[in-house]
Structure formats: structure tokens, C-alpha cells
Design a protein around this ligand. Sequence first.
Ligand code: RUB
Length: 359
Amino acid sequence: MLRLAEPGVSSLPARPPPSVHGDPLPGANRERFSIPSAKLIQLPDSVVEDTFAAIKSMEIRGAGRIARAAAEALKASALASEARTPLQLVAELTNQGDRLREARPTAVSLPNSVNFVLMGANRGLAGRLKTEALRRLVVSLCDDFIERSTNAVNMIGEIGAKRIVNGDLVLTHCNSEAVTQILLTAKAQKKEFEVMVTETRPRYQGRITAAILAKKGLEVSLIPDSASRLYMHEVDKVIVGADAIASNGAVINKIGTSTLAVVAHETRTRFYVAAETYKLSPKTLLGDLVEIEQRSPLEVVSEKWMRENPGVKVKNPSFDVTPAEYIDLIITEQGVYPAQGIVFLMKELYPEPERLGSR
Ligand code: RUB
């Protein structure tokens, strides 16, 4: 296994099996990955600003998708750059990477994607590449990240599907392409099982998952988040995605995930997390905490309601933390790990976390 400094993606399998159903990236915003060719002639900063805005507004959402969108933006920016020197090109990309990292604070896939590209670009600079060669290097690093990410999701589908057996009722929360891939792979393998999806208030990403799965012919039911305890005794497995995984094995995912984990623990229901290795947060090895994004109260109540009830503070945390002891297994493209053991994979993939900058 390679031990490179690039975060997470460096040692992914080069060619995992292709998607069994030809739809490796289920999700509402899949088309956003391919930046239309018109964007390639946009000014570099405006490509990055468009992507920043789309991630911030959640037009592009989900940890894997935003990581690939950032790589797409850096690629388009490198192609459109008018930089005359290698130093200038890297300086531009560094500023743009900083901007993209700020779009959402919790999903570590975003800085991991940007860092992968920028660390490679800096190596090219140190190796005295000329401007055009450096531009080509950046483009290939971006393509590489996107391809490895897509392959990782497919591999998680293959590995995770082994955990689904006939007769299962699988509960999931929010909309994770890693989880969806597991379910679709199991379905393609002709396994007979049902899926229950929580609505995932306040943004209702669970509806996206339910709609995708139902369109693919799976048996799906949708429940309000608050109904999870009522149904948990019927559930065989819970599978959720991750925005970040800390060195102590805690998983940060959509708000409500930790409640599901506690409820699953009470009924001894297995609780699995599906996550590509670029969801590992190397800075947590140095003691850093993962920031929990607070979003607008207007995702919870209307402006009118806020005006009529000025005494009420509305809080809208987007993610929560599930401690390792509530997690049975983390399913990555590199295999399955107990949450408490994920730190060993993290140390192998990110041997120098101190070189990774602020996030
Ligand atoms: C999405 C969410 C997903 C993870 C993993 O939150 O919490 O479970 O990002 O998704 P939001 P994936 O809708 O706020 O982005 O497996 O697709 O990376």
C-alpha cells in the first residue's frame, strides 16, 4: 500500500469492480459534477464562486458530492487560469481552495479533496514544472480524485451489500450515496429486503433517498424522524453515511443520526456507517474538533413565525456526533473496520496530518 501524504485517497484500489447497475452515483444533483464546457471559459474565480454558492446553498450536497464538485471547480479554474508562472498558478489555486473549504464546515471530504489537489500541485511546483505542465498536473489530480471517489462509492456498495440478507428491514437517514449504493447493489444481487427512510427534517433529504430507491424498484417506507423508536424493534440494520469520522471512531453525520444510534442500541439493532476514506478527519489526530454547522433558522420556521414569536430562539444544527460505542462497523472502500479501530487506517492514510493546514 502506498503511504503518500495526500489525504485519504492515495491508497484506494486502482480499479474496483464497476457498478453492477450502471448508476454509481445516485442522487438529486448528480448532473452538477460535470461542469458544462461553457464554464471552462469562465473566469477561474467565477467558477469557484459558483461552486462555493452551490455548495453553501446545498444545491450540491452530500459529503462525497461536494468533494467532487470542489475538484471539478479547481480543474475548471486551472484550465481557465491566465497565470503566467507556476507560482502564480499555485497561488491562485491556493486562494480558491481556501474559499471552497469554507463553503461548508463539517464535511471533511471537502478539505480532503482540496488538500489532495493542492499538495500535488505544490509538489509539482517544488519539482520545477513549467506553467503548462503544472496545469496538466492539476487537471489530472482533479480527475484522479473524482475517479477514485466514484470507484470508492462503488466498492462500498459491493462490500456493504454483503451485510444485507433476504428478509432484512434496513433503516437509513438523510441521503447518502454510499448507503444508496449498498442498497442498490444488494437489490441488483436479487436480495429481497425492505428499506425504511426517515424524512430527515428540516431539509427532508430522506425523501430524496426514498424516491431514488422506489424508482429503482425497492420496497420503501418513509417515516417522520420522531417515529424511529416506534419502528426500531422491526428493523434489522441501520445504515447511515458520514460527513466526518474522528480518530476516536465518532461519526459526524446528519442531525438525528446519533438519536437513531441510541435507539438502535436499546433494541440491539446493528448500526453500520458507510464512508469513503476521505471522510476520515486527520486533524482530529492532532486533537482538533469537527465543527458542527449551524444553518439558518428559516430552514425550520418561516420568517412570519419568527416575527410573531420574537422570544423564541430557533436552533438548526445540521449534524451530530455518534460515539464509537454505538457503531458496529464502518464500511469503507478499504474494507470494514470497528469504529474503535479506524484510527489505524487514519494513521496509515494520513501519516502527516500536521501538514494539512487549517482543516
Ligand atoms: C448529508 C449527509 C450524508 C453524508 C454522507 O448532509 O449527512 O449522510 O454527507 O453522504 P447534507 P454521501 O444534506 O447536509 O449535505 O455518502 O453522499 O457522501
